[in-house]
Design a protein around this ligand. Sequence first.
Ligand code: ADP
Length: 500
Amino acid sequence: MSEPAKKTNPHLLAIDQGTTSSRAILFSAAGDVELVAQRELKLYYPNDGWVEQQADAIWADTQAVCREVIQAAEKQGMPIAALGITNQRETTVVWDKKTGQPVYNAIVWQDRRTANYCAELRAAGHEATLTEKTGLLLDPYFCATKIRWILNEVEGARARAEAGELLFGTIDCFLLWHLTGGKRHATDITNASRTAIFDIHEQCWDKQLLKLFDIPESLLPEVVDNTGDFGHSTNEALGAELPIAAMIGDQQSALVGQGCFAPGSIKSTYGTGCFMLMNTGTQALPSKHRLLTTVAYRLGGETHYALEGSIFVAGAAIQWLRDGLELFDDAAASEALAQTVENNGGVYFVPALTGLGAPYWRADARGMIVGITRDTNRGHIARAALEAQAYQTRDLVSAMQADGGSTPPVLRVDGGLVANALACQQLADTLQTSVEVPKIVEATAWGAASLAGLQAGVFYSVDDIAKVWQLDKGYRPASSAADADAQYAGWQQAINRLLD
Ligand code: ADP
């Protein structure tokens, strides 16, 4: 950390615009959370499989939480050196270039409305080229088919797009445009890498894919590094002119926040779902096992890539035990309940409540509990739900290894579920690797804040950022590899039955 920075006591502001809330978090340069403001965000389900949000509300909420934190920081004498943005990825907005008015709601990453169109394109043999260029799969999850849907279905949108009147952006880009009073239409490379129209190797928008999805080039933002001079927030937007110095998608931001800069390092975030990213260095590893190849970050023009595995249901399985089965009132109580039994008693819970993600990608799969006997009780079910997180993670690690990734020496974890010691110990046992929970619980927001600090001179290098990372709790394998394999074999049997 630089001397001048230490003297001026700089703070770093992160905007963490997530699926369920918009937050502003003020960090000290040591990674301590000093101030937080948060607003819950509504999701709308106007049709089966459709998921939308009001883009206007996303901007208004972001503005409100930032103003709240900035004012409190001023009062408490905490100067803000720079602002970084991290965001829910793939959520798609198209807006009027002059007014900033969205032409349609934001279509959220979870939205499945373009599933049939994706299936048609797959049947027509388009997936291989798309995967080769973008590292992704032909799935409604990504932006391309969402943009096409807006242009085709919203009255007048295509004509206006072709006349150059509209802009597209993911949430980072939409927020930047508003923060700068419409001056800057740019997105960072991690967000661009989730659109399915961006070639992650050539690092440019891909003309062939734009043609396939019928998207005019005039809609597209400039693609930039994760750190840089993105402009300043206007007084009108935030009541302060702050340098915007970093933007990065949420899962990549957690990778940075966890200090996973070395090739082979892995982080796994266990919230509603689970997202695991392995830094593969400057090499983009193509996946033969249906993982995604994606940009981890680009700093100073140098691109690092990641392999990503996305599991749709992680903590959500515990929520279901709480709300659906009413086994307990509070997610944390799952641990004590699971501890009432010595082992899973042969019970396996495959929590495919909304389909199976990586490496299976079976949207039609549904959950399953197997191995129930007369002796099975609530404790076994809770234990099976917590163990499932470890087995799902091992599925991803195995796929990563099969794709040429190295064996992880350690797994850094974050998200709500890692408060559960039994789940973390199970992870260490199942993977036969060390599991580390950091002191910074807000790894995602800290990633964007620390990158803003890198740009602002609070940090000299990513090594400086990595040094901020501190261990809170570590877990080592307590069971033998043979026992772990035997337990995992039970899970694999359950999965195979489900896939049949
Ligand atoms: P998100 O950011 O996706 O909303 P969070 O990181 O806040 O998720 O984590 C919330 C999830 O973690 C919930 O699904 C909840 O069931 C689960 N969770 C929280 N605490 C615990 C716990 N002690 N044990 C098991 N699961 C937990």
